[in-house]
Design a protein around this ligand. Structure first.
Ligand code: SAM
Length: 272
């Protein structure tokens, strides 16, 4: 394959299907990465035509991930289960967590084998971090997976991360039940950090339609629906908000743009 069609180094991991778009690679394309192929870039470009700020949206999501992981580390969290972690990019969870406490342990889980292929290289010398290839729609399998159990002690507080991924669960897959199963496995003192596409504008609705057609997933839910994923946990200020509004490091100008309202998220704590 000509190098111009994919990553610059022309390298193809065995077992990677480049004829069908992959969520991880489309997201990489939107972020300006190089681990993507023409089928992925076509979806990134179609999304850009609907929401011109789509690259910024992905960056808001990476930025809140950094702020939220740091927040959880400051609250004493030393183990993170990052479900639907995506391809390695900037401010990866283990880098943020281990910058705060080098002993922090991180398990990345993604269904896309390309994440493991790229994660391996990044993590070769990090014994506190691992990548597991599994489908988060099977909570019992993930919660009992030996590689998960090797790093995560479910008797100690966990930072459970579902960042930019629950919107890839369609309604008939029971996203609420799936999130509840993970929440139930956590001890008191754990946190849930979740971000999600938000049905906040006509452009958001148009993008949902395009993604559901071209990619097969990408549900834009309301702020109320997103907030409901945290039910039973104690909300951490400022609650579920549009991403740039969550504990910003710099003042945020209101009103927010369409792109700034395209995703919402927050953190909540399990009390008992
Ligand atoms: N969490 C990262 C972030 O927010 O920057 C990556 C988000 S990316 C948009 C979504 C990731 O979730 C992709 O890498 C995709 O492969 C993964 N994913 C989607 N459905 C999944 C499932 N059922 N089980 C595990 N991973 C899944």
């Amino acid at each position: 394959v000509d190098g111009a069609d994919g990553p610059d180094d022309g390298w193809r991991p065995v077992g990677i299907d480049i004829s069908t778009p992959s969520i991880a690679r489309v997201y990489d394309a939107v972020l300006g990465g190089k681990d993507n192929y023409p089928v992925d870039r076509a979806i990134a470009e179609a999304s850009l035509a609907i929401v011109a700020e789509i690259g910024d949206v992905a960056r808001y999501n990476r930025a809140i991930l950094g702020r939220a992981v740091r927040f959880m580390a400051e609250q004493g969290i030393r183990q993170f289960l990052d479900l639907g972690s995506g391809l390695p990019t900037v401010q990866n969870t283990h880098q943020v967590a281990q910058a705060h406490s080098p002993e922090a342990r991180v398990v990345y889980v993604d269904k896309d084998p390309i994440v493991l292929a790229h994660g391996r290289a990044l993590l070769a010398e990090n014994e506190n971090t691992t990548v597991v290839t599994a489908d988060l729609r099977e909570p019992a399998e993930i919660l009992n997976h030996p590689d998960v159990r090797a790093l995560i002690d479910f008797d100690q507080p966990v930072g459970l991360m579902l960042v930019g991924v629950v919107h890839h669960l369609n309604d008939d897959e029971g996203p609420e039940r799936i999130v509840e199963e993970y929440k139930a496995a956590l001890p008191a003192g754990s946190f849930l950090f979740l971000t999600h596409f938000c049905a906040s504008s006509p452009d958001a609705v148009a993008l949902e339609k395009a993604l559901l057609t071209d990619l097969g997933s990408g549900r834009f839910r309301t702020l109320e629906e997103i907030t409901a994923y945290f039910d039973g946990f104690e909300s951490v200020d400022p609650g579920v908000v549009f991403l740039p509004q969550w504990r910003p490091e710099e003042p945020v100008q209101e009103p927010l743009t369409v792109g700034q309202r395209l995703m919402a998220g927050g953190i909540a704590r399990k009390v008992t």
